[in-house]
Unconditional design. Structure first.
Length: 110
């Protein structure tokens, strides 16, 4: 999990409902950094205590079915994809918070 102090800067669930999607700030990016897999999650809201988050997910590179929704961060961080070697979900430690419109422009799969 990210540093608890950092988490306090992420808006609570539903806090950005009135913010246009392109203007929402993405605070955390998770990915499976394996060349054959294209799994990405971007977090824009978080309920402290439960670590239930709201964000955008694109699974297996399927941009047609990628969507905004809710996810448990502890559950996300426990995902292990079978394979040799197994692939783990990792938080992108180099990610800097930015607007969704900027994420979309730089995202190589979107």
């Amino acid at each position: 999990m990210p540093d608890p102090t950092f988490l306090t800067h992420i808006p609570d669930l539903y806090a950005t409902e009135e913010v246009p999607v392109e203007e929402k700030v993405v605070y955390i990016h998770y990915t499976i950094p394996a060349s054959m897999l294209a799994f990405d999650w971007w977090i824009v809201e978080l309920e402290l205590g439960t670590e239930l988050a709201f964000g955008y997910a694109c699974l297996n590179g399927d941009t047609q079915n990628a969507e905004w929704g809710y996810i448990s961060l502890p559950e996300l961080e426990e995902i292990v994809m079978r394979g040799s070697p197994p692939a783990l979900v990792e938080r992108d430690l180099d990610f800097v918070p930015k607007k969704w419109s900027e994420v979309k422009q730089s995202w190589h799969r979107g």
